[in-house]
Structure formats: structure tokens, C-alpha cells
Design a binder for this molecule. Structure first.
Ligand code: NAD
Ligand code: LMR
Length: 333
């Protein structure tokens, strides 16, 4: 039996994500928590003829606790999205506290669940969750994931557009590593499963890299004040959540890129630190997932000089965001 829970389930991401999870037959129970509207969302989804039993919860009467009880996997898209002109870090002021409070609920009610963090800024919100779990003595780095799947989904789509065949998009695999914001998003296009055209110039490579790094801005701008990516994020979040569920259920060989604490597997985490030449604590890389969570963090492999430069450029911002998230909890003890 698998119980999945969405925290922030009535939002722009939360609703379509809950729909995709409800549509997945691997899920037996779906808990929906938000500060508004979850009874309606749950009632609506509950009419869909798939196995998952859906319940909606609001904060009164221990709603968060009830939603989290018995959960195996918790996906968190709670929090405010960007408007044009904002960085993801501008969301920290509001979202850090929201994520901290939800993590506290998880620590006390569902400390063994797999936690998938979507709320931005992911580079900082994942450390926030980790520090809350540490304070409660229940941090298991193998079970905490920052969701970076949207960057991977975008890379697949944009490469297939350039190759000239969008029908390839679901099959194109491009590792995207680092973190989830601007320059910390590092696409390794030299490792694309589908090669870029031989005529692809340096300028075109730079433009494609920038488009993947700033794909989020493209959507924020197009939505013109109405928020950021929701539908593509719900698709990406469901893709990643379902991979984790398949791994929990015992399927082997499941690899997905995710932003993890590098102690999640010490040997491969240390090897990755050596590879990137820094002691950074969190990094997004393809991760092998098993029944107990992270089994191995995969190496980045051979990088071009251009990609080495992208990794080097990502580290300072990544370190700053990690430290900001960590201090938000440790400095307020
Ligand atoms: P939204 O405003 O449409 O929805 C957010 C939901 O969170 C709302 O329903 C709100 O009521 C709820 N919420 C607020 N405080 C809460 C709390 N304390 N407990 C439970 N729920 C609470 O926003 P959205 O477009 O769904 O985006 C949500 C977050 O996801 C944003 O921070 C956004 O930046 C982020 N995001 C991340 C990625 C990624 O790739 N990781 C992609 C897109 C968006
Ligand atoms: C994205 O990449 O679309 C999200 O992180 C949302 C945003 O703020 O861009």
C-alpha cells in the first residue's frame, strides 16, 4: 500500500500534480493538505475511477497531522511563486517559514517518509527541511530530494526541438546537474542521448544552455504576473514521484536526477565532491534510488571545458543558498 501526500495541494502545481497522482494506479491513498480549498479538490478528484482513496485536509483539527499520518511519500509544492522581475531567492522570505513549519509536521508525524521538495528556492528549502529533521533527530539524507526534474524535462524538450523531432522528447535524456536556479542549473549537453547537429555552433550551445538555465523565467514572463510554471512542473513532479514510488515498491535500476545531501551515500557523495573540487553539501546529480532511498549518487562523467566552466560558476551561488537555508534553522535555535 502506498500513501502519497501533497502539501500545497490546492495551488497551481498542487492541483494538476494531485490529478496526475490520482491517475496513477500505483497509489492507494492520496492525502491533500493546503491552507485553503482542499475539501473541494479532494471531492472533485475522488470521482475519478482509479484506485487511490482521496482525502482533503485543512489546518484546523490537526489537518496536517491527519494528512501526514501513514504517508510513504510527501511532495511539497506549498508556497508563493515568482512574478516577473523576481529571483527564486526573493521567495525565501515567505517560503522558508512555510517549508520549515511543514517539515516540523513531517518530523513529528512521518519521519520515515520520502520527502520531495518543489517549493522555491529549492537550493535553500531542501537544507531547511534537512535542518528541521536534524533538530528532531530524524534526518535520513537518503529520503530527502529537491525536485529538479523540470530542468531535465525542459532540456529533453528543447533538444528534441533542435533535432527537429518533438516526438523524440520523451526519449531524449540530458543530465542536468548542480541546483535549481539560474547559473546553478548545469545542463551537460555533451552527454545528451541524442546528439546535437554537427553544425551546432558555440553560440548556439551557449544559447541553448541559457534557455535551459532560465526556462523558468520564460514561463514567468509569459504568465505576466499570474505565477510561474505549474502544468509542466506538475508533469515533472509526478514523473519524479512515480519513479520514487516504483523504487519503494522494489523496482531496481531507477535513476533520476535530484538535488540531494551528498552524505546520502557517503562513498559516491565524497567521490562527487572530489570530481567537482569542492566540499559543497548539496548537489543535484543523477541518483540511483532503491527501497530505502538514495543508493548511489552518480558521477558527472567526462565534461567539456565549457561544462567545467558552468559547474565552477554554479558553486558560489549554490554554497550561498545552502548556507542561507541552513542558517535559517540553526541560527534561530
Ligand atoms: P500557488 O500559489 O499557485 O500555490 C501554492 C499553494 O501553497 C497555495 O494553494 C497555497 O494556499 C499553499 N500554501 C501556502 N502556505 C501553505 C502552508 N503553510 N501549508 C500548505 N499549503 C500552503 O503556487 P505554485 O505555482 O503552485 O508554486 C508553488 C511553489 O513551487 C513556488 O514556490 C514555486 O516557485 C515553486 N516551483 C518550483 C518548481 C521546481 O522546479 N522545483 C517549479 C515551479 C514552481
Ligand atoms: C521553474 O523553473 O519554472 C520554477 O523554479 C519556477 C520559477 O520560479 O521559475
Amino acid at each position: 500500500m502506498v500513501k502519497a501526500v501533497v502539501l500545497g495541494a490546492a495551488g497551481g502545481i498542487g492541483q494538476p500534480l494531485a490529478l496526475l497522482l490520482k491517475a496513477n494506479p500505483l497509489i492507494d491513498e492520496l492525502g491533500l493538505f493546503d491552507i485553503v480549498n482542499t475539501p473541494g479538490v479532494a471531492a472533485d478528484l475522488s470521482h475519478i475511477s482509479t484506485p487511490a482513496k482521496v482525502e482533503g485536509y485543512l489546518p484546523p483539527d490537526d489537518g496536517l497531522k491527519k494528512a501526514l499520518t501513514g504517508s510513504d511519500i510527501i511532495v511539497i509544492p506549498a508556497g508563493v511563486p515568482r512574478k516577473p522581475g523576481m529571483t527564486r531567492d526573493d521567495l525565501f522570505k515567505i517560503n522558508a517559514g512555510i517549508v520549515r513549519d511543514l517539515a516540523t509536521g513531517i518530523a513529528t508525524t512521518a519521519p520515515k517518509a520520502f520527502i520531495l521538495v518543489i517549493s522555491n528556492p529549492v537550493n535553500s528549502t531542501v537544507p531547511i527541511v534537512a535542518e528541521v529533521l536534524k533538530q528532531h533527530g530524524v534526518f535520513d539524507p537518503k529520503r530527502l530530494f529537491g525536485v529538479t526534474t523540470l530542468d531535465v524535462v525542459r532540456a529533453s524538450t528543447f533538444v528534441s526541438e533542435i533535432v527537429g523531432d518533438l516526438s523524440l522528447a520523451p526519449k531524449v535524456v540530458v543530465p542536468v546537474v548542480g541546483g535549481h536556479s539560474g547559473l546553478t542549473i548545469v545542463p551537460l549537453l555533451s552527454q545528451s542521448s541524442h546528439a546535437l547537429p554537427a553544425s551546432f555552433s558555440k553560440d548556439q550551445l551557449q544559447a541553448l544552455t541559457t534557455r535551459i538555465q532560465f526556462g523558468g523565467d520564460e514561463v514567468v514572463k509569459a504568465k505576466d504576473g499570474a505565477g510561474s510554471a505549474t502544468l509542466s512542473m506538475a508533469y515533472a513532479g509526478a514523473e519524479f514521484a512515480v519513479k520514487v514510488i516504483r523504487a519503494i515498491k522494489g523496482e531496481t535500476g531507477i535513476v533520476a536526477p535530484s538535488y540531494v545531501h551528498l552524505s546520502a551515500d557517503k562513498a559516491s557523495g565524497d567521490a562527487l565532491k572530489k570530481e567537482i573540487g569542492t566540499e559543497v553539501e548539496y548537489f543535484s546529480a543523477p541518483v540511483l534510488i532503491g527501497t530505502e532511498g538514495v543508493v548511489e549518487i552518480k558521477p558527472l562523467g567526462t565534461l567539456t571545458e565549457f561544462e567545467k566552466g558552468l559547474v565552477a560558476a554554479a558553486i558560489p551561488e549554490l554554497e550561498e543558498s545552502i548556507s542561507k537555508g541552513t542558517l535559517f534553522i540553526t541560527a534561530s535555535k
